[in-house]
Design a protein around this ligand. Structure first.
Ligand code: ATP
Ligand code: MN
Length: 483
């Protein structure tokens, strides 16, 4: 079939012709959203439950992952008994018949199946996901089956919507999506946290002067997995103006917390001609945009999180999407924390890192909203952050969310070559390792800024899930990369 062009310049395309006339599958989401009766539908998915009636027919609930809700299918008496026996939780089926109004109170519509095909059985003796609820710890042990639970299905649909909406946010504003390298030889900030990449046999690695000779390694030098795409992002921002990365990031930090993964996804926009205020404005707009979008487009899943996981999630997100974020300097944050009079495990004084308990106190007790803390002490922040006139603080900013703490870390970057060089040296780093980064300040340097948002942390915040391991399909954490 040829599509009619809608106007000059519009490209037409031809749809593939189907060789065999085959009944097309109906997704459950579309059937339920349609809300009306429909003859001859084909539902395909996995059985969640089966009930048998005295009248000789059975009710099965099918889920196909397109939405949280199952569809009820009435299995006709004419369907052979051996087929019905196979219809147990976990099995995969096709059911074909009319979609009709349901007399039951639980659902508006149901399928009167005239035809049922079992594609894959699931022996009830062994299938681990029977009716009862399982702990998230247990489900992590069966990461290959947990996507068939209500919670994981809802998490993954929300995660998908957020990813889509991140791309939309930036593309609508003229940002270019950039893929920065996963394998890197610039062991920038997080040297200690970097996973090494090598093809050398560690038990018999070639040595030079008593140390491993990386000249003989695959890349001819020591390489690792990226801890951030920022430095490479800056390279492209100083040519394309506004870019963003959205890719996997690796940190070998041995922090076994509910907010850290060894492999996570990070969103890192980098913008030429943005100062720190512009950077904070973009970060605030970004967070609010994502929250408003997910509330609108994942309403069913969000209701589920609110009723089953955390009953404050809907009101919190709505509130945060509407209210202004508080912005305070690091120095003011320290004042606020000291007023709390030592009610913290980690003592507070100017120059200390903000711990999770401090972040929560600021967002939950003092301001009751997200807080952006900016102008941090130079000593506790990275070499590339722009030095303020006071020579004590840098133009860094962290966005802190209630309950979760830090979601975004960012800064205006140092654009002055000599100041940057001096800070690289002062931090004990080798300028020759950063020659290309310094070059950006020698040739057409420009003021610029950027930030990084941890994608899983954000999904965690949106869904109210307690553990970051339950918002990524296959979590990697210390001592755990089984699947
Ligand atoms: P934290 O202090 O919370 O460990 P960080 O300051 O080391 O984080 P940044 O280097 O600023 O993190 O990274 C930017 C963002 O990436 C953070 O604000 C956070 O949302 C996310 N992030 C950092 N480390 C991890 C991790 N191990 N697992 C998941 N997300 C992370
Ligand atoms: Mn940070």
């Amino acid at each position: 079939m040829e599509l009619t062009p809608a106007g000059v310049g519009q490209v037409t395309y031809i749809l593939p012709e189907r060789c065999v006339q085959k009944k097309k599958r109906d997704k459950i989401k579309a059937l339920l959203a349609g809300g009306i009766e429909k003859p001859d539908v084909l539902v395909q998915g996995w059985v969640r439950t089966r009930r048998d009636s005295k009248g000789g027919f059975s009710f099965i609930e099918i889920n196909d992952g397109s939405c949280l809700a199952n569809i009820q299918v009435i299995v006709d008496r004419k369907i052979p008994a051996e087929t019905v026996r196979q219809l147990t939780a976990g099995c995969c089926v096709s059911a074909r018949g009319n979609l009709t109004r349901s007399p039951g109170k639980e659902q508006a519509l149901e399928v009167q199946a005239a035809e049922v095909t079992v594609h894959g059985t699931a022996d009830p003796e062994h299938y681990p996901l029977q009716k009862k609820r399982h702990s998230f710890e247990f489900l992590r042990e069966i990461a290959h089956l947990r996507p068939r639970t209500n919670t994981m299905g809802a998490v993954m649909r929300v995660r998908n919507r957020l990813a889509y909406s991140i791309h939309r946010f930036f593309n609508d504003r003229g940002f270019v999506y950039l893929n920065t390298p996963i394998i890197t030889t610039s062991d920038c900030e997080g040297a200690g946290e970097m996973f090494q990449v090598t093809t050398l046999d560690l038990s018999s690695a070639p040595k030079a002067n008593g140390e491993i000779d990386y000249a003989q390694d695959f890349f001819g030098q020591k390489a690792g997995l990226t801890v951030s795409g920022q430095l490479e992002g800056e390279v492209y921002a100083l040519a394309l103006s506004d870019i963003y990365t959205f890719g996997p990031t690796f940190r070998a930090e041995n922090s076994n917390t509910s907010r850290h993964l060894a492999e996570f996804w990070m969103v890192e926009p980098e913008m030429a001609f943005y100062d720190l205020d512009d950077n904070m404005d973009l970060a605030e707009e970004f967070v609010k945009y994502l929250l408003a979008d997910v509330l609108e487009h994942c309403a069913e899943d969000m209701e589920f999180f609110n009723s089953r996981i955390d009953n404050t999630v809907l009101s919190n997100l709505t509130h945060i999407a509407r209210e202004k974020f508080e912005r305070i300097t690091y120095t003011d944050a320290i004042h606020q924390l000291r007023k709390a009079n030592g009610n913290f495990v980690f003592p507070v004084e100017w120059g200390c890192n903000l711990q999770s308990e401090h972040e929560r106190y600021l967002t939950e007790t003092v301001y009751k909203r997200p807080v952006i803390v900016y102008n941090y002490p130079e000593e506790i922040k990275s070499f590339y952050m722009k030095l303020n006139e006071d020579h004590e603080t840098v133009r860094a900013m962290d966005v802190l969310l209630p309950r979760l703490g830090e979601i975004i870390g960012g800064s205006q970057r140092e654009e002055n070559h000599d100041v940057l060089l001096q800070r690289i040296q002062a931090k004990g780093l080798k300028p020759e390792d950063y020659w290309w980064y310094l070059d950006l300040r020698r040739f057409g340097s420009a003021p610029h800024s950027g930030f990084g948002l941890g994608f899983e942390r954000f999904v965690q915040f949106v869904t109210g899930m307690e553990n970051i391991r339950d918002v990524i399909p296959f979590p990697r954490t210390p001592k755990s990369a089984k699947f």
